[in-house]
Design a protein around this ligand. Structure first.
Ligand code: MOS
Length: 762
C-alpha cells in the first residue's frame, strides 16, 4: 500500500488554555507501536495464552431450537469419557443474576450483551444458546464430551422471520438515549411538491463479528471468594461490574485482565454468556477453567449487526437545495437486547433540510442478541443516505460533491447547536484533487477497458464524537521515569503508543521514559474507554488533569526548599520540558529527579478523574470524511474489483499519523467487506446462522483491497482534548456507498441491496 500522509492546514487557537494545542513535539509524529516488537516476536500474550496452573478446559453445548425448553439432558456417555470433570446445566448451575443491558444514564455498570438468565431455567431463547458447559482435562476431551451430550427439547413457535414481522414493527422507547423519531416541518409535503426527488429502499444484511482473536476467557476463583478473569474483552471495567452483578459480588472482588486483544470492533464490549459460563464452570469445578470459543462458537453466542431496511427520500429544488429529507427504516433486535442500531441518528446531523423526518422501528426476533459493530448505525445509515444523494445528483445531472456542498449545514440541523468544528467542505476538494475527480466523465458506462467497465464513486463519512469520564493515575519517579495507569484497552489500534506520546509530551520526558499500564480492571476505574472511537481523548483528558496535579505537587515540594531554582515559581509560569519543570520567565528549573531527591521521595503519585464531556452538550461534534473509490466491473462475469481508494478525513488533529492511517484503512477494509462480501446467511426455518465460518462468511482478503491512500485535514478542534476527534470507526462509514456509487457509474446499475455480489450485476 502506498503511504501518503499529508499535514496541511494547521490552525492552532492561540488563546487555548492547553499549551499542547500549540506545541507539537511528539504529538503528530508517526511513532512506531511500542508493543510492535512484542507482537512480532509472539511475546504479547492474548487471553487464551495465559498459563494458569491446573487449568481445565471447557466446551459449550448449544441449543438446536430457537425457542422452547429443554426437557432432558443425557450426559451419561459424556461422563464416561476420559478426562471428563463436570457438566454444568440449568439443573446444577450456581445461582446467577442476569447481566444488565446498557443504561445510558449509568455507563459505569457495564453492558450485558443480553439480559437473559444464564443456565437458570430450562428455557431456550435462540438457536445456539448454550444449554450446558462441559469441563475436562484437555480441550479435545472437553469438545468430545460436549459432542456426546444428548439434549431433548420441546419447541415453541418461534419468531425469526424479519420479513414476516416487519409490517408489525414498533417504535422503540429510545435510540441510544435519543428520541426514536425527529420531525422538522413537513417532509412529506416537500416531497410531493419538489422539482426533483428520489425515494428508495436500501437493504443491508446481518453481519457477524470476526475479529482475528475469537472470544476467550480463563476464570479462576480464589479461596477468598474473589474472581479473577482473563478475557479478550474491550471493556475490563464493564466486565468487572457485570460479573459482580451476575455473581452477587462487590466489584472489588472481581478482577478482569486483558492486556492484548486481537481486534474487537464492538463485539467484545458487552459481557456475553461465554464469559459468565466460564466463571460458573470454574466455580462448580473449583478449578481455573479456560473457555476459548471456536470461530463457530463466536457466531453462535456473540451477537452481530442487525439487518436493516431503510427508506431514504430526498426532495430538492432546481438549485439542488434539499427541501425534504426522509430517512426511516426497520432493524431487528431481541427483547433481551433492546438494541435498535441507531441508523436514524446519522441523517439528523449531516445535511441542511428545512423539512426532515428521521426515525426507526424494530422487530423483536428469537435470535442471539444483536450488538455493536464498528460504526453501528452510521455504517448502514451512510450506505442508504449517501447512495440516495448519488441517485439524486444523477437525476439532477449535478455533480454529487457539488450537491453535498450546497446542502452543507451552517449549524447542526436538528440539535440546533454550532458545530465544534466541521471542515468537510475542506476534505472534499482536497480529496477530489488528489483522486482526480474532475477528470471523471459523469455519464454512467462511459469508461471501459475490454470487458471491464470502470467507474468512480464518492460518499461522505461520518461518525459522532464521544468522550467519557475517566480516571487515571500518574506516577513520576526520582529515576526520571513516569508511569501512566488507566483501565484502557489495546485491541491493536495503538492505544499504548498514542497515550505514551501524549503523556511524554505533557511531562516533558522522552517517550522511552514513559510507560502506560492498561488492560486490567485493578487500574483506576473508567466507565468506558474502548467504545465509540473515544479512547484516545477519554484518557488524554484525564492524563492532562493528572499531570497538572502532579506538577502542582512537585512545585510544592520545590517551594519547601529555598535552594530549588523553582522556589517561589507560580504554576502558571512553569512549563514541563527536558525531564522536569522550568520557569517560563527565566531559563531555570530542575528535573523531576532533582526535585524528588531533594525532597527525599522516591516518587509522587496522583490520581484524577474527568467528568461528563460538556463539549458534547454544547456543540455538535463529529468526525467527517470523503471516501473516493474506483471500481471495475467485468461485464461478462459481474465480478467487481476495486482499483483505487482515497479517504480524505476531517477528524481534528491527528496524534499519530501511522496508527491513524491504519485505523482509517482498517475501517475502509471493513466497508469493502460490507459492500461486496459480508453477509450472514440466516435460515428462517430454524432461526439459525448457516455460514458460521470464515470459509463461508467472506471478509475481504488482500486481493480484494486496492491501494488505500489516506489524507486528512489536520485541523485541531479547539473543543476536543488535544484537538483530536475520533477516528476508529469513521473509515467504515460511507465506504459501502462510495462503492455502490462507483459501480453505478461503471455499469449504470444501481444496487440498493448489500452485499453487491456478482449475481446482482449480471
Ligand atoms: Mo465500537 S462498535 O464503539 O467498539
Amino acid at each position: 500500500m502506498r503511504k501518503v500522509m499529508e499535514t496541511v492546514v494547521q490552525f492552532i487557537p492561540d488563546k487555548h488554555p492547553d499549551p499542547l494545542m500549540r506545541k507539537h513535539g511528539y504529538i503528530g509524529k508517526p511513532l512506531r507501536r511500542v508493543d510492535g516488537p512484542l507482537k512480532v516476536k509472539g511475546e504479547a500474550r492474548f487471553t487464551a495464552e495465559f498459563d494458569i496452573e491446573d487449568v481445565a478446559y471447557a466446551a459449550l453445548v448449544h441449543s438446536t431450537i430457537a425457542k422452547g425448553r429443554v426437557t432432558r439432558i443425557d450426559a451419561s456417555e459424556a461422563k464416561r469419557m476420559p478426562g471428563f470433570i463436570a457438566i454444568v446445566t440449568h439443573e446444577n448451575a450456581p445461582k446467577m443474576k442476569n447481566p444488565k443491558l446498557l443504561n445510558v444514564m449509568d455507563l459505569a455498570q457495564g453492558v450485558g450483551g443480553s439480559d437473559l438468565p444464564i443456565l437458570q431455567d430450562d428455557k431456550v431463547h435462540y438457536d445456539g444458546e448454550p444449554v450446558a458447559i462441559v469441563v475436562a482435562e484437555t480441550l479435545e476431551q472437553a469438545e468430545h464430551a460436549a459432542w456426546l451430550v444428548r439434549v431433548e427439547y420441546e419447541a415453541e413457535t418461534q419468531s425469526v422471520s424479519f420479513d414476516a414481522l416487519k409490517e408489525k414493527a414498533v417504535v422503540p422507547s429510545d435510540v441510544l438515549g435519543e428520541e426514536p423519531t425527529v420531525k422538522l416541518g413537513d417532509a412529506d409535503k416537500a416531497l410531493s411538491e419538489a422539482a426533483f426527488k428520489v425515494d428508495h429502499v436500501y437493504r443491508t444484511p446481518r453481519h457477524n463479528h470476526n475479529a482475528i482473536e475469537p472470544h476467550a476467557t480463563i476464570a479462576s476463583w480464589g479461596d477468598d471468594g474473589n474472581l479473577t478473569v482473563f478475557d479478550s474483552t474491550q471493556f475490563v471495567n464493564g466486565f468487572k461490574h457485570q460479573l459482580a452483578t451476575v455473581f452477587s459480588l462487590k466489584p472489588k472482588q472481581v478482577r478482569v485482565i486483558s492486556p492484548f486483544v486481537g481486534g474487537a470492533f464492538g463485539g467484545k464490549w458487552s459481557l456475553w454468556c461465554n464469559s459468565v459460563l466460564c466463571a460458573a464452570a470454574a466455580k462448580v469445578t473449583e478449578r481455573p477453567v479456560k473457555l476459548a470459543l471456536s470461530r463457530e462458537g463466536v457466531f453462535r453466542v456473540v451477537g452481530g449487526r442487525t439487518l436493516s431496511e431503510q427508506r431514504v427520500a430526498l426532495a430538492a429544488g432546481k438549485d439542488g437545495r434539499f427541501l425534504g429529507l426522509i430517512h426511516t427504516g426497520t432493524t431487528a433486535t431481541t427483547t433481551h437486547a433492546n438494541y435498535p442500531e441507531q441508523f436514524s441518528l446519522t441523517p439528523r446531523h449531516l445535511y441542511a433540510s428545512e423539512n426532515m423526518f428521521a426515525g426507526q422501528k424494530i422487530v423483536n426476533l428469537d435470535t442471539v442478541a444483536n450488538t455493536w459493530m464498528r460504526a453501528p448505525g452510521e455504517s448502514i445509515a451512510t450506505f442508504a443516505l449517501e447512495s440516495a444523494i448519488d441517485e439524486l445528483a444523477h437525476a439532477m445531472k449535478m455533480d454529487p460533491i457539488a450537491l453535498r456542498r450546497i446542502n452543507e449545514p451552517q449549524k447542526d440541523p436538528t440539535k440546533d447547536t454550532e458545530f465544534s468544528m466541521r471542515n468537510l467542505v475542506e476534505a472534499y476538494p482536497r480529496g477530489a484533487d488528489r483522486f482526480g475527480w474532475s477528470r471523471r466523465n459523469p455519464e454512467p458506462r462511459s469508461q471501459r477497458e475490454g470487458a471491464w467497465l470502470i467507474g468512480q464513486g464518492v460518499a461522505t463519512a461520518y461518525y459522532p464524537f464521544f468522550r467519557w469520564p475517566a480516571t487515571v493515575r500518574v506516577r513520576i519517579s526520582s529515576d526520571g521515569t513516569a508511569i501512566v495507569q488507566a483501565a484502557a484497552h489495546e485491541m491493536g489500534m495503538g492505544t499504548a503508543t498514542v497515550q505514551i506520546q501524549h503523556a511524554a509530551e505533557r511531562l516533558g520526558l522522552p517517550v522511552d521514559k514513559v510507560s502506560f499500564h492498561y488492560g486490567d480492571s485493578a487500574l483506576p476505574d473508567s466507565p468506558i474507554t474502548a467504545g465509540g472511537s473515544s479512547q484516545t481523548v477519554t484518557i488524554v483528558a484525564a492524563v492532562q488533569l493528572a499531570v497538572e496535579k502532579a506538577h502542582r505537587e512537585l512545585l510544592k515540594l520545590a517551594h519547601r526548599n529555598g535552594d530549588s531554582p523553582l522556589a517561589g515559581a507560580r504554576y502558571e509560569r512553569i512549563e514541563a520540558r527536558d525531564g522536569g519543570l522550568f520557569r517560563t520567565d527565566e531559563a531555570k528549573g530542575e528535573t523531576y529527579s532533582a526535585i524528588l531527591r531533594r525532597a527525599r521521595q522516591a516518587f509522587i503519585e496522583v490520581e484524577k478523574s474527568t467528568g461528563q464531556a460538556m463539549e458534547i452538550m454544547k456543540y455538535s461534534m463529529a468526525s467527517y470524511g470523503a471516501q473516493f473509490c474506483e471500481a471495475r466491473v467485468n461485464e461478462e462475469t459481474g465480478e467487481v474489483r476495486l482499483s483505487r481508494w482515497l479517504g480524505s478525513f476531517d477528524c481534528g488533529r491527528i496524534v499519530n499519523p501511522k496508527t491513524a492511517a491504519s485505523q482509517f484503512r482498517g475501517g475502509i477494509i471493513m466497508g469493502i467487506g460490507m459492500a461486496l462480501t459480508e453477509e450472514t446467511m440466516f435460515d428462517e426455518r430454524r432461526g439459525r446462522i448457516m455460514n458460521r465460518s470464515l470459509a463461508e462468511y467472506h471478509v475481504p482478503v488482500h486481493l480484494d483491497v486496492p491501494p488505500i491512500e489516506i489524507i486528512y485535514n489536520d485541523i485541531p478542534d479547539e473543543h476536543a482534548p488535544l484537538g483530536a476527534r475520533g477516528l476508529g470507526e469513521i473509515g467504515i462509514t460511507g465506504a459501502a456507498a462510495a462503492i455502490a456509487n462507483a459501480i453505478f457509474h461503471a455499469t449504470g446499475k444501481r444496487v440498493r441491496d448489500l452485499p453487491i455480489t456478482l449475481d446482482k450485476l449480471l
